[in-house]
Design a binder for this molecule. Structure first.
Ligand code: NAI
Ligand code: MG
Length: 367
C-alpha cells in the first residue's frame, strides 16, 4: 500500500476544533489498514502569528510543497485585526494557494436529502442535487494588469482592473473539468460572456477545441454566465460540471453553495498542475467557511465541511473512490438519524456539538 503524505493545517478559530474530527477519521483509516497516511501538523494563520509572528513559516511552506495533499482548517478573526497586512492570518492561505500554484478551485454543491427542506428553494428543486463548479483561481480580472487607481487631475479618478486569459490557462482548467466530468455525469457546461468580452470569445473557442480534440466522449454546452446564474436558481439539476473563470466562478459558486443550506456543510478543493515526472497534482482541501470567531472555542461548530473536505481529498488526490463514497454516505446517514449542529438545527432534530457530530460520523464510517 502506498503511503501518502498529508499535511494538516488547522489554523485558528473553529479550524482547530473541526480538524480534530478529521484527525480521528484519518487515524481510524490508518489503524484499520484502509489507507496509509503519514501526517504532519503545522501552524498557519493566527496560530502561526501567535507562535512566531508570521502567517506561515518557511518550514511549513516547505512541508506543504512536499506533501501529497494539504488539509486546511480556517484562519482569521478580530483578534488579529491590528496585525500588519503581510503577516495577517489570511496571508498564509494566499501564500499557500500561490506557491502551490493551485489554479483549479472545485466547489461541489450537494444537497443531502435530510436537509433539502432547509434550502430557500423548493424541496423538489434541490433534493438530490449534486453539481460541481470548477473555478479558475489564479488568472482573470483579480490578477490582470494594469490594475490601478489613477488620478485624472480634474477631481476625477479612474479605477482599472483587467481581465486577461491566455490559451494555456483555459486549456488546463478545461482539462480539469472534462476529466472530472468523466468520473461523474459526463457533462460540462462552460460559462463566459462572449457576447461582450473578448476573453469570453477566447474562452469559448479554447473550450470547444479541447472538448472536440481530447474529450469528444464528454457532452459540452456553453452558457452565458448571467443566464447561468439564473438557471442555477431555476433548475440546478440540469448541470453536472460547470467550468468558468475566476470572477464568474466566485459569484456562481457562492450562489450554488446557498442552494444547499449552511456554510458549515460546504467543502472545497484547489488543485495545481500535474507534476511532469510523477503526474501527481499539488492539492489543498478546505471548508468554504472561515474561522467563525463568533462561535470559536464553544465546541458547537459543524465539522461536516471539514470532514467532507477530507472525502474530496480521498477522491481527487488519492483515487480512493470507495472510501470517499463511504465517508460521504456516513455524513448523509448521520443527518438522516436526525443529528444536527446548531447551524443546521431544525424542529424535531437532536442538537449535538462538534465532537458528538464527528464521533457519530466516524461510527457510521466504521460501519
Ligand atoms: P465565517 O465563515 O467564519 O462565518 C460566517 C458565519 O457562519 C458565522 O456566523 C459563523 O458562526 C457561521 N459558520 C461558519 N462556519 C460554520 C460552521 N462550520 N459551523 C457552524 N457555523 C459556522 O465568515 P466570517 O465571519 O465572514 O469571517 C470570520 C473570519 O474568517 C474572518 O477573519 C475572515 O477573514 C476569515 N475567513 C477565512 C476563510 C478561510 O480561512 N478560508 C474563509 C472566509 C473567511
Ligand atoms: Mg467569494
Amino acid at each position: 500500500m502506498t503511503t501518502h503524505k498529508l499535511l494538516l493545517l488547522p489554523g485558528d478559530g473553529i479550524g482547530v476544533e473541526t480538524m480534530e474530527e478529521v484527525k480521528a477519521i484519518v487515524s481510524f483509516m490508518n489503524e484499520e489498514g484502509l489507507a496509509s497516511f503519514e501526517t504532519e501538523e503545522g501552524l498557519v494563520g493566527g496560530s502561526a502569528y501567535d507562535a512566531h509572528g508570521k502567517a506561515i513559516s518557511e518550514e511549513h511552506m516547505k512541508l506543504a510543497t512536499e506533501s501529497d495533499a494539504v488539509l486546511f482548517g480556517a484562519v482569521g478573526g478580530p483578534k488579529w485585526d491590528g496585525v500588519p497586512y503581510e503577516v495577517r492570518p489570511e496571508a498564509g492561505l494566499l501564500r499557500l494557494r500561490k506557491d502551490l500554484a493551485l489554479f483549479a478551485n472545485l466547489r461541489p454543491a450537494i444537497c443531502y436529502p435530510a436537509l433539502a427542506a432547509a434550502s430557500s428553494l423548493k424541496h423538489e428543486v434541490v433534493e438530490g442535487l449534486d453539481i460541481l463548479i470548477v473555478r479558475e483561481l489564479t488568472g482573470g480580472v483579480y490578477f490582470g494588469e494594469p490594475k490601478e487607481i489613477t488620478d485624472l487631475g480634474n477631481g476625477q479618478k479612474r479605477g482599472v482592473d483587467t481581465q486577461v486569459y491566455e490559451t494555456y490557462e483555459i486549456e488546463r482548467i478545461g482539462r480539469v473539468a472534462f476529466e472530472l466530468a468523466r468520473t461523474r455525469g459526463n457533462k460540462v457546461t462552460s460559462m463566459e460572456k462572449r457576447n461582450v468580452m473578448k476573453s469570453g470569445v477566447l474562452w469559448n473557442e479554447v473550450m470547444t477545441r479541447v472538448g472536440r480534440e481530447e474529450y469528444s466522449d464528454v457532452k459540452l454546452d456553453h452558457m452565458l454566465a448571467d443566464s447561468g446564474g439564473m438557471q442555477l436558481v431555476r433548475w440546478p439539476k440540469q448541470f453536472d460540471v460547470i467550468v468558468t473563470d475566476n470572477l464568474f466562478g466566485d459569484l456562481l459558486s457562492d450562489i450554488a453553495a446557498m442552494l444547499t443550506g449552511s456554510l458549515g456543510m460546504l467543502p472545497s478543493a484547489s488543485l495545481g498542475a500535474p507534476d511532469e515526472r510523477s503526474g501527481k497534482r499539488k492539492a489543498m482541501y478546505e471548508p468554504v467557511h472561515g474561522s467563525a470567531p463568533d462561535i470559536a472555542g464553544q465546541g458547537i461548530a459543524n465539522p461536516i465541511a471539514m470532514i467532507a473536505s477530507l472525502a474530496m481529498c480521498l477522491r481527487y488526490s488519492f483515487g480512493m473512490v470507495e472510501l470517499a463514497d463511504r465517508l460521504e454516505k456516513a455524513i448523509s446517514d448521520t443527518l438522516n438519524d436526525g443529528l444536527r449542529t446548531k447551524d443546521i438545527m431544525s424542529e424535531g432534530a437532536r442538537e449535538v456539538g462538534t465532537r458528538e457530530m464527528g464521533a457519530a460520523i466516524l461510527a457510521k464510517f466504521r460501519g
